[in-house]
Design a protein around this ligand. Structure first.
Ligand code: ATP
Ligand code: MG
Length: 476
C-alpha cells in the first residue's frame, strides 16, 4: 500500500494531462462563442448579395414598359444567374413579378426581412438555416438603396445557402481545432517548463527522500527562483535537512541508550554480588560492622533499584501490550500487594472496583500502571508519617457509556511543586530522595498504549490520579 501511494502519477493522471485537456476545452468553448456571430455574419452577407442581384434585375424590369413583353429566355437567365425562383419589385403601389417558367417551389417558406436591424435575429436565423433549411423557400425582402417606398423580394431555395453555411462552419471548425491545438501546445510547453517540470522534480525528490530519509544526498538543492516554487524548494530543503538531523540525533540517542542499558545491566549484576557480600558482612559479630552494615545494605539496595527501573523503562517502551481478559478487582489487589499496601501496618487500603469487571488488557503492563501509582501514594504517606491522620489509599471505579475511570487517591501531603512542574517527564519528575522519576512516566506511557489517558486531578487535599480507559476494553 505504502509503495502505491508513494508512486509518481502515471502518464494519464498527472498534472500535465489535466492542464492540456482544460486548455483545449476552454479554447474550444471560446471558439464556439466566436463562431455564432461569424456564421450569422456569413449568412447576412450572402443574403445581401442575393438581394443586390435581385435589385439589378428589378432595375432591368423597371426599364422596360411591360415586363410581360420580355422574352421568356431572358427573364429565365436573369433569374437563374441570381439563383432565384422569382423576383417581385414594388414601387408606388405597383408591383412587377418575374418567375422561372416551371419552377418547383418547396411548400414551406421563410421570410428574411433585411430592413430589420437587431443583433439576435441573424444568429437565430443562421442556426435555423443550419438545422431546418434543407428544403424551404427563402423570401428575402429588402428596399432599393435608401428608398423605403421601393421594395424588392427575392424568392429562392434555402438549400444552397445551407450548403455554403455548412462548408463555412466546417472550415471554421477545422481552423479552430488547429488553433486550439497550436495554442494549447504553446501554453503547455510554457506551463511545463515553468511549473510542471519543477513540481515533478520536487515530487520525485519528496517520494525518494521519504523512502530514505537518512540519506543526506537526497536532500533537494533549491534553485535561485524567487517565485512560489522557489520558496517551496527552499522550505522543502530546510525541512528535509531538519528531518535528516533529527533522525541522526535519534539514532545517536538510541545507540547511547543501548550502551547505557548494557552498562546498567552489568552494574546491576555487580551490585547484586556486592549485595550478597554485604549481607554476609552484616552477619559478622564486630559491633562496628553491625553499626555500618545496615547503611551499606540500604545504599546497595537503592542502587540496584535504580539500575532495575532504568532497565525496565528501556524494556517497557519497546513492547506493545498483549491483551487478554483481566479481572480488574483482582489485578488492583495484586498491584496493591506489590506496592506494599496490603497488610500495611499504618495505611488503610480500599479497592473500590466491583468484583465483576473484566477488561481486555496486558496484565503485566496494566499492573505496573497501578503498582507505580500506589507505590507513590504509599511512599508519600510514609514520608509524611504522623502528620497525616488515618492515612489511606483508595481506588474508585466510575463508568460512562464511553469511558471507564479508575481514580487512585490518598490523603497524603499532595504533589510537591517540583513534581508538578515535571509531571510525567522521565527522570525529571522525582521530588524525593532516591526517586528515579520514572514511575509516572511509565504509568502514562502504559495507559496510552491501552488507548487511555492518565491525568493528575488537582484537589484541595491529598493526591488523585485518574486512569481513563475507553469503554470498549471492558468485556464483562
Ligand atoms: N500520591 C502522591 N503523593 C505525593 N507526591 C506524589 C504522589 N505521586 C507522585 N508524587 C510525586 O511525584 C514525583 C514523581 O513520581 P514518579 O513515580 O514519577 O517518580 P518517583 O516515585 O520519584 O521515582 P520512581 O517511581 O521512578 O521510583 C515523586 O517523586 C513524588 O514527589
Ligand atoms: Mg514512583
Amino acid at each position: 500500500m505504502a509503495i502505491q501511494t508513494r508512486a509518481m502519477p502515471g502518464p494519464f493522471s498527472g498534472l500535465s494531462v489535466k492542464i492540456i485537456a482544460t486548455l483545449i476545452v476552454v479554447i474550444l468553448a471560446v471558439e464556439v462563442v466566436i463562431y455564432l456571430p461569424s456564421a450569422a455574419n456569413f449568412r447576412q452577407s450572402w443574403l445581401t448579395d442575393r438581394l443586390r442581384v435581385g435589385t439589378v434585375a428589378a432595375r432591368v424590369l423597371d426599364a422596360v414598359p411591360d415586363a410581360m413583353d420580355l422574352p421568356r429566355t431572358l427573364t429565365d437567365r436573369l433569374l437563374t444567374s441570381a439563383g432565384a425562383i422569382a423576383i417581385v419589385y414594388r414601387r408606388e403601389g405597383q408591383s412587377q413579378l418575374i418567375e422561372l417558367e416551371n419552377a418547383q417551389t418547396p411548400r414551406e417558406a421563410v421570410t428574411v426581412d433585411m430592413r430589420l436591424d437587431d443583433p439576435a435575429s441573424p444568429i437565430l436565423g443562421a442556426l435555423d438555416t443550419l438545422f431546418f433549411g434543407s428544403n424551404r423557400t427563402l423570401r428575402i425582402v429588402g428596399e432599393e438603396d435608401g428608398q423605403p417606398d421601393r421594395t424588392i423580394e427575392v424568392l429562392m431555395p434555402e438549400a444552397p445557402l445551407r450548403a455554403e453555411l455548412l462548408v463555412y462552419s466546417r472550415n471554421l471548425f477545422v481552423l479552430s481545432l488547429i488553433l486550439a491545438i497550436i495554442t494549447s501546445a504553446v501554453l503547455y510547453v510554457l506551463v511545463a517548463r515553468i511549473l510542471i517540470a519543477p513540481i515533478r522534480r520536487l515530487t520525485g525528490n519528496l517520494v525518494e527522500f521519504s523512502g530514505q530519509p537518512e540519506n543526506a544526498a537526497l536532500i533537494v538543492t533549491p534553485t535561485a527562483r524567487r517565485d512560489e516554487i522557489g520558496i517551496m524548494e527552499r522550505e522543502l530543503a530546510a525541512m528535509e535537512s531538519d528531518i535528516y538531523s533529527m533522525l541522526r540525533q535519534r539514532r545517536h540517542l538510541a545507540d547511547l541508550g543501548l550502551a547505557v542499558a548494557k552498562i546498567n545491566h552489568d552494574l546491576r549484576n555487580t551490585l547484586t554480588s556486592a549485595q550478597l557480600l554485604s549481607d554476609q558482612v552484616a552477619n559478622l559479630d564486630d559491633p562496628k560492622v553491625q553499626r555500618l552494615a545496615p547503611r551499606l545494605v540500604q545504599s546497595i539496595d537503592k542502587a540496584i533499584g535504580f539500575a532495575q527501573s532504568v532497565l525496565d523503562y528501556g524494556r517497557q517502551s519497546a513492547t506493545p501490550p498483549r491483551p487478554m481478559p483481566v479481572d480488574l478487582h483482582l489485578l488492583l489487589d495484586e498491584a496493591a500487594f506489590d506496592a506494599g499496601l496490603v497488610g500495611h501496618p499504618g495505611i488503610r487500603w480500599s479497592n473500590g472496583v466491583p468484583d465483576s469487571v473484566t477488561i481486555s488488557a496486558d496484565p503485566d503492563q496494566f499492573a505496573r500502571i497501578f503498582d507505580n501509582l500506589l507505590k507513590n501514594a504509599r511512599e508519600a504517606l510514609e514520608a509524611a508519617g504522623a502528620r497525616i491522620e488515618a492515612p489511606y489509599v483508595e481506588v474508585t471505579f466510575t463508568e460512562t457509556p464511553e469511558w471507564l475511570t479508575l481514580s487512585v487517591s490518598d490523603n497524603g501531603p499532595g504533589l510537591p511543586p517540583r513534581a508538578r512542574e515535571n509531571l510525567f517527564v522521565a527522570f525529571e519528575g522525582s521530588a524525593k530522595a532516591g526517586g528515579t522519576g520514572l514511575g509516572l512516566a511509565i504509568a502514562r506511557e502504559l495507559t496510552e498504549a491501552h488507548g487511555g489517558k492518565l491525568a493528575f486531578v488537582d484537589q484541595p487535599a491529598g493526591t488523585r490520579f485518574d486512569v481513563t480507559l475507553p469503554h470498549s476494553i471492558r468485556i464483562a
